[in-house]
Each structure stands twice: as C-alpha cells, then as structure tokens.
Design a protein around this ligand. Structure first.
Ligand SMILES: Cc1ncc(COP(=O)(O)O)c(C=O)c1O
Length: 360
C-alpha cells in the first residue's frame, strides 16, 4: 500500500523511518523476546528508554541543567489547568496573551483557579496578527505570563520569544516545539502535547525551571503536581510506555536529520514555497499578516468556496489527505510539521497549480 502525504494537524504524520523501526522492533525488542509495550515501566529496559529520551530532548533543545523535564498525561489541555495549579504560588492573577482559539482554551481553564488578565489580544483582528508588543499590559503582580507559540487552528506563530517584563514566561508549544532552535533559558515553563512534532498522542512534555516547582495549590491531584512527578521520574503512575518509546525514536530521528538548525532550514523552505504559491495566485488566499505566519500550519481558502469539496476529493485522489481546515474556521489547512517531507509540500504545490488551471 502506498503511503499518502498526510497534512493532519494532529495526531499527525510521523517520520516513515520511525514507523519502520517501530515495526521492526515490535515483536522482539532488542532480543528480549517481547515488545517494549509489554514490559514493566519500572524495569531496567524501559527506564533506559525513558532516560535516553530525556537526554536526547535535553541535547536537542540545549535544556539548561536547572530545568526539570517531565513526561505527563492529560495532554496540553491538562496543562492548561496544571500550569495555574503549580505556578500561582500564592498569587491570584496570571497574564495571558490571546492570539487564537488555543489561547482562549488556556484562558478558560485558568479561570478555574485564578483571574486571568488578558495582557494583549488579537481577537478584534480575527486573530490574523500578533498584538504589537508596545501594547501589552503586563501586570507585575501576576504569577506568570502565558502565550501560545503557534496557533494550530489560525496559523499564527511567534517568530521570537516575547519579553515577559520579569514574570516567569509560560508557553504552550504544542504545535511548534522542536521545529527550530530555542533558548529554553528564557522560559519559566514550556509544555507541549506530543502528537504534532514529537510522536503519537498520549504524552505531554513539560520543561520547567526548578525554582518554580514545589508550590502547587493545596488540593492539586498528585499526577498534576510537578514536584511529585519530578521526584518520581514522571512515573507516579503507569506512563504510556509505548508512546514514550515512540517519542524517543522521533528524537533519535531528529538528531539524525542534523538537529534543530537543520530541521528549521527545511521547515523554512517548506513554508516559504507554500506561502509563495498562495500569494502568487489570485485563486488562493491566506489571511495572516506575513510576519506572523505559521511555518507549521498553513490555512488557505479558495476564491470559489463552492469548490472546496471538489478540491478535497481531487487532493485525496492525488494522495494528499487531511487538508480540511479546522471545523471552527473552515477552508483548508496544510499542517507541515517536521515529519512532512519537502516532497509532500512540492506535491501539494503542484496539485494546487493544476487545480487552479482546471477550475480557476
Ligand atoms: C496549540 C495547542 N494547544 C493545545 C492543544 C490541545 O492538546 P491536547 O489535545 O493534547 O490536550 C492543541 C491540540 O491540537 C494545540 O494545537
């Protein structure tokens, strides 16, 4: 069976080499006579896998020694709650930047624990820009400043790390982590669900500065308490061992690709040629301000919206799938994470040109 180019926003395409290796190792992992998913999470074999994945993540992202790396469950949505539970540290306010639907979800969940203060919002522009930094109002009494590095639905991405005016900077990096080099030392906390750039769904990475750990709100469930998880090597309960192993394979693949600088160069090439195709045509359009367009999720529309279903059907026939936009915004969205090969983007561009010639 031929594999398709899968533009899904998440769970997303995995590197083919990773899937092949997982297949090869499935029944008999390193001559143990069993699959890795059949082993105890506390046995030496799995513990070695878990430790290697942390070491590789630390290497790839150059994570400073004073940061804990946690592998948790509950998704990024779980972190929308875990962040205020752990980081309020006696304060009653936290600042949030609202750049789209994922920011709004984080804000909604924070309301269960504190009064989120909206430091800046691009809602009025329809989330097509990042609010100008000079307009951000950061309350010095807030516990932290939260932002969403890449809005997976809207297709808006921060191209640099914002200044948090001395507050611990907290970032939802679910849809662009590991897509470019990162200065982790600028952050108090980074979290990301794995299912876009790191592996299959089911595991969430949290990178948190040590001094922010250990002051969770009374009543915080143990599995959401960063200190308890850190003290237990993220194994307070049974972790999703197979997903963790697959995440480790993705990290090894990323190192083989040349690390984050190399993957960034490829990601820039992929995004630039796709946006160039959209911009050069009167038939396709993308509403996002050019300097905050996402390299990972590229939303676009057709001049003639009546042809959307035809576009999707013909794309599918050409082996290009999951191009539907999010149900809340419609149109199309091409998610072109690390695992999308450049040939996949080239195939989409070629298809878009042919479709325009045929129907435009
Ligand atoms: C930016 C962002 N944040 C949070 C989430 C929610 O992640 P999860 O489904 O792992 O809770 C997503 C999922 O697509 C996302 O793209």
């Amino acid at each position: 069976m031929a594999r398709v180019y899968n533009f899904s926003a998440g769970p997303s395409a995995l590197p083919e080499a990773v899937l092949q290796r997982a297949r090869d190792e499935l029944l008999d992992w390193r001559s143990t006579g069993m699959s890795i998913m059949e082993m105890s999470h506390r046995g030496k074999d799995f513990v070695a896998v878990a430790e290697k994945s942390e070491a590789d993540l630390r290497e790839l992202l150059a994570i400073p020694a004073n940061y804990k790396v946690l592998f948790l469950q509950g998704g990024a949505t779980g972190q929308f709650a875990a962040v205020p539970m752990n980081l309020l540290r006696g304060k009653t306010k936290a600042c949030y930047v609202n750049t789209g639907l994922w920011s709004e979800k984080a804000i909604g969940e924070a309301k269960l624990f504190c009064s989120p203060d909206i430091a800046a919002s691009s809602k009025e522009s329809g989330f097509t820009i990042i609010p100008s930094r000079s307009d951000w109002r950061i309350d010095p009494d807030a516990a932290y400043l939260h932002y969403t590095a890449n809005e997976t639905i809207g297709g808006v991405e921060f191209q640099d790390i914002p200044d948090s005016a001395g507050l611990p900077l907290v970032c939802d990096m679910s849809s662009n982590i590991l897509s470019r080099p990162l200065d982790v030392g600028r952050f108090g906390l980074i979290y990301a669900g794995a299912q876009k750039n790191m592996g299959p769904a089911g595991i969430t990475v949290v990178i948190v500065r040590e001094d922010l750990v250990g002051q969770a709100l009374p009543g915080t469930p143990s599995i959401f308490d960063y200190k308890k998880q850190a003290d237990n090597g993220s194994m307070l309960n049974t972790p999703p061992t197979y997903v963790w192993y697959l995440l480790g394979l993705v990290l090894e693949w990323l190192k083989e690709q040349g690390g984050l600088a190399a993957i960034e160069a490829r990601n820039i090439r992929k995004a630039e040629k796709l946006y160039a195709t959209i911009d050069a045509s009167r038939y396709y359009s993308n509403p996002i301000e050019p300097d905050c367009r996402s390299r990972m999720n590229v939303p676009f529309r057709l001049a003639n919206a009546d042809l959307e279903k035809v576009f999707l059907a013909e794309a599918r026939t050409a082996g290009l799938v999951n191009l539907e936009g999010h149900r809340s915004v419609g149109g199309f969205r091409a998610s072109i994470y690390n695992a999308m090969p450049e040939e996949g983007v080239d195939a989409l561009i070629e298809f878009m040109g042919e479709f325009e010639r045929k129907h435009g």
